[in-house]
Design a protein around this ligand. Structure first.
Ligand SMILES: Nc1ncnc2c1ncn2[C@@H]1O[C@H](COP(=O)(O)OP(=O)(O)OP(=O)(O)O)[C@@H](O)[C@H]1O
Length: 599
């Protein structure tokens, strides 16, 4: 049959009929739905039809002045307890995870004591503080000199005792909730923040706590809901909060059930409001963690009522890889046309590593490492897994402390200052400051997932270099354009491909204008098709005059860009030399064996 024979048949084919889709019928679910509706109707009928529930009495008291006053006190105690309790809990949690053993021990002791103490006992002790200490005074300790003093009984009102008791109790419990959140943040995030030289306080406030919030918030709200109900405990202080007020009323009129219903419904209202707040806080901290945020509940309700339009669904930021490749190539080519962005980087630093040794416990990871990386040099470190390549790299910016030897960049020690033959370790702030000269790009990118691409890039220049926000954004956008990612500035890292994330990580480091750039297996976590786009950017940097040290398994790339290759095994530098010599004519048998295995 020839083509002309079948063509008319194709043309004459009837249009495809639209098929009807019938969803699967779930009989069990339908029966269960009817059963649930029936059960609810029965419960409603029994609750509303039984006069002993006393709904008229409920209606009489629900909005009465004493009940509303009690409710106000409950809300105030909950709000103050939550704010002060979580404030105290945050400080305690930070103290517990700090490197200071004294702070960690003090925090542990506090948490141990106040978690053990029943709230009711704590409230009673605080209420009787006046018996233990008649006055509270400000003065010079151990001298008897007093500037001011107050009567404890007058100072410690039932309300203050209640706020203090709830704060101390919640502080101890919330500290553990917050510590759990901090521990859930990936170690790489701490390292990336430290490698960018961000001060400790900024690391905690901008990087760690916002990410920890995702696991803190659900448990924290459990605690706050517990607190709202736990305020009923302050009846021991004769403080008329909601439940105590209800008790006073039903003891007088003996309408126990209707008044308990008043308290129950108000607690339900409080809980519902807290649940809505929790939903929105969780939604806020989900930014960047989810590819698309859950809808804003209020907006959905208003949209259903036709009052507002629904938010447009977030558009996926990912572009096809083929397009990125060409886009990236075009930008990078463009950068060479007399407008070489890399020429604006500072002159490369000279790294001198002298007799460095390092052990983890009994495991000797680095021995007798003695290397010089001249300014502007490009060095690739290769070697078998576990040979100490990454550890060596991490000692250069003092993410790992060496046991012996020294490392200097342009004659300055990174982690120490020298006086004669003695090295004094610098304090954290000084180390962070010196670390700015040494950028580091990690295998797993370690971008901050809760910050947009542009925020990732501008964070350190603003906080560490003191650049204005607008200026940092201009720089960030320019660098992004240079690596072909201009349109990704407002995306979150999880909305990017691995190759794009790694290019952003390189830009983030470059924005600090370091003298030395360390790459720790920058392409190991990438699909083979994405490796090229990252190597393209590193290749361009290799011609920029910045000093590059690259731990890599990409032997072909090392041959192409490096002016020297170092081969390491069992923590030692076995040999080093020009790529052509190491890869084609290795002097050492172990180098030859390794290359025979990997090439
Ligand atoms: N923090 C640590 N605690 C204990 N041992 C460690 C630590 N970091 C690294 N090591 C050990 O030190 C050795 C060298 O590790 P390193 O990561 O430097 O090797 P590598 O050559 O980079 O390996 P790879 O190519 O597989 O990444 C390994 O045996 C590793 O298990």
């Amino acid at each position: 049959m020839s083509l002309t024979d079948i063509t008319p048949a194709i043309i004459a084919a009837p249009p495809a009929r639209r098929l009807r889709v019938v969803p699967v019928r779930r009989r069990a679910r339908t029966i269960a739905t009817f059963a649930a509706i029936l059960a609810m109707a029965l419960i409603l009928q029994s609750v509303l039809g039984n006069p002993r529930w006393g709904w008229p009495v409920f209606a009489e008291w629900f909005l009465s002045a004493p009940v509303l006053a009690g409710l106000g006190r409950t809300l105030l105690l909950t709000a103050l307890g939550a704010v002060f309790g979580f404030g105290l809990g945050t400080l305690l949690a930070l103290a517990r995870v700090s490197s200071s053993p004294l702070l960690a021990a003090l925090s542990w002791g506090f948490i141990w004591l106040f978690r053990s103490l029943p709230l009711i006992v704590l409230l009673l002790i605080l209420n009787n503080l006046g018996y233990l200490y008649e006055t509270v005074a400000i003065g010079v300790p151990f001298t008897g000199i007093t500037f001011a003093s107050w009567s404890t009984t007058q100072l410690m009102t039932p309300f203050l005792a209640a706020v203090l008791g709830l704060t101390l109790n919640l502080g101890a419990f919330s500290a553990e909730v917050i510590r759990g959140g901090i521990l859930s943040v990936d170690q790489g995030q701490h390292e990336a923040a430290a490698a960018l030289g961000l001060p400790k306080a900024v690391q905690a406030r901008r990087i760690v706590l916002p990410q920890a919030m995702r696991s803190i918030v659900p448990t924290a709200f459990n605690e706050i809901i517990g607190l709202a109900k736990g305020t009923s405990m302050v009846y021991v202080l004769a403080l008329p909060e909601l439940f105590y007020t209800i008790q006073i009323i039903y003891r007088r009129n003996l309408e126990v059930i209707p008044l308990l219903m008043v308290a129950t419904v108000w607690y339900l209202v409080i809980l519902s409001v807290l649940s809505v707040i929790q939903y929105h806080i969780e939604r806020h901290y989900a930014r960047g963690a989810l590819r698309s945020l859950p809808p804003n509940a209020f907006r959905v309700i208003f949209a259903r009522l036709g009052l507002v339009a629904l938010e447009p669904a977030p558009q996926p930021q990912r572009a096809p890889v083929s397009q990125l490749g060409s886009q990236s190539a075009a930008r990078l080519d463009g950068a060479q046309d007399g407008d070489d962005w890399t020429t604006r980087l500072p002159r490369g630093g000279r790294i001198e590593i002298r007799d460095v040794a390092k052990s983890f416990g009994n495991l000797r990871v680095l021995s007798d490492v003695d290397l010089t990386f001249p300014s502007g040099s490009v060095t690739a470190i290769i070697g078998p897994s576990g040979s100490g390549k990454s550890t060596l790299l991490r000692t250069i910016n003092h993410l790992e402390r060496v046991d012996e030897g020294t490392i200097e960049i342009d004659g300055t020690l990174i982690g120490y200052h020298r006086e004669g033959d003695t090295l004094f370790e610098l304090d954290e702030r000084e180390i962070l400051k010196r670390r700015i000269e040494v950028g580091m790009v990690f295998q797993n990118f370690n971008l901050f997932p809760h910050l947009t691409v542009l925020e990732n890039i501008t964070e350190a220049p603003v906080k560490v270099r003191g650049l204005g926000k607008a200026q940092a954004e201009v720089l960030g956008r320019e660098l992004l354009a240079r690596v072909g990612l201009a349109d990704k500035a407002d995306a979150y890292p999880r909305q990017l491909s691995g190759g794009q994330q790694q290019r952003v990580a390189i830009v983030r480091t470059l924005a600090l204008k370091p003298k030395v750039l360390l790459f720790d297996e920058p392409t190991s976590a990438l699909d083979p098709e994405l490796v090229g786009e990252v190597l393209g950017v590193i290749g361009e940097l290799a011609r920029s005059g910045i000093t590059l040290v690259i731990v890599t398994h990409e032997i072909g790339f090392a041959r192409e860009v490096a002016d020297r290759i170092i081969f390491m095994e069992q923590g030692r530098v076995i040999e080093s030399g020009a790529p052509e010599q190491i890869l084609n004519r290795p002097q050492h048998r172990r180098t030859a064996d390794f290359l025979a295995r990997v090439l």
